[in-house]
Design a protein around this ligand. Structure first.
Ligand code: AMP
Ligand code: FE
Ligand code: FE
Ligand code: ZN
Length: 285
């Protein structure tokens, strides 16, 4: 089983890369991609963990971007980058910039939430996290669980952290064409993550994916827990019509989400084609 999208404690997952590899192994995963948000800091631990585990590791990251929506506006979008050179100066600089924007935004959301929920504030939220980490809403959710404001991180998203709620603050996101070019220049492979995850907010139209296919985008995540059946069919058609690779993945976050590892997977030939495109770093076994 090939799972090309998972998170560790280096971003908003609840398992260390070592624990994540053990979870993957127990579930029968043979190829695992680590794709923490806006950082490659977990790569070394994951590399050590897969050695002699029987699992092949695809090193990657999930980049925070904004995309044209195809209707004259813009939407936030997640872009998976695989097997890129982690030392490429543009990648390093942009990921740092995003992590800083993430922390400023968590601080601001903490201040807003704290006005209604004593015990939460920006400084104490950030004090819980390593200095250079990609702080996100799941971290706020964990704090809200610990303070007994909500029962689970999922509940926190529903009641407090949702995009259309009173506490939400947007952050700086990289224009998606810039991010694709950056990943490409670093020898990586860019795949549009969960393009039709509609419960998270407005998404792109299919026309945008076709357009990005002409600008270096290599693939789209077709099978994802947040995708409805009809949307998967549309995405499969887009991939067939444009030559984009079609991937499937769990977007596993440990206990921060209810999704199990490898509940969605990628077909072997799509994975092989993805790896064949990369010139940044190789897969590790
Ligand atoms: P952020 O990047 O800080 O805006 O937070 C978005 C992240 O929260 C996503 O990458 C997911 O990991 C997580 N997320 C989004 N929706 C939910 C949800 N309903 N329940 C739990 N986690 C979620
Ligand atoms: Fe996440
Ligand atoms: Fe995502
Ligand atoms: Zn993700």
């Amino acid at each position: 089983m090939i799972d090309l999208h998972t998170h560790s404690t280096f971003s908003d997952g609840t398992e260390t890369p070592t624990e994540l590899v053990a979870t993957a192994r127990a579930a029968g995963v043979t190829v695992l991609a680590l794709t923490d948000h806006d950082t490659t800091a977990g790569w070394d631990e994951a590399a050590a963990a897969v050695s002699s585990s029987g699992i092949t590791l695809v090193r990657g990251a999930e980049f925070s971007t904004e995309s044209p929506d195809g209707r004259g506006g813009t939407v936030t979008a997640h872009l998976l980058g695989y097997l890129f050179d982690p030392a490429a100066p543009d990648v390093v600089a942009e990921q740092e910039r995003i992590r800083e924007a993430r922390r400023a935004r968590v601080w601001e959301m903490g201040a807003r939430i704290g006005a209604d929920h004593p015990g939460i504030d920006g400084d104490s939220l950030l004090a819980r996290l390593p200095a250079d980490s990609p702080a996100g809403r799941p971290h706020i959710g964990q704090a809200l669980v610990e303070l007994d404001v909500v029962a689970s991180v999922t509940d926190a998203f529903e009641h407090i952290l949702r995009k259309d709620g009173p506490y939400y603050v947007e952050k700086y996101n990289t224009p998606i064409a810039t991010a694709i070019a950056m990943i490409d220049a670093a020898g990586g492979v860019a795949v549009f993550a969960h393009p039709f995850a509609r419960k998270r907010g407005p998404t792109v139209d299919a026309s945008v994916l076709a357009d990005l296919a002409g600008r270096g985008l290599a693939g789209i995540e077709v099978d994802h827990p947040d995708h409805a059946a009809d949307d998967r069919a549309t995405l499969r058609d887009v991939a067939a019509a444009t030559g984009l690779l079609a991937t499937g993945s769990s977007d596993y976050h440990g206990t921060n989400k209810t999704t199990g590892i490898a509940v969605e997977t990628t077909a072997r030939e799509q994975y092989d084609a993805l790896v064949a495109r990369a010139t940044g770093v190789g897969v590790l076994a």
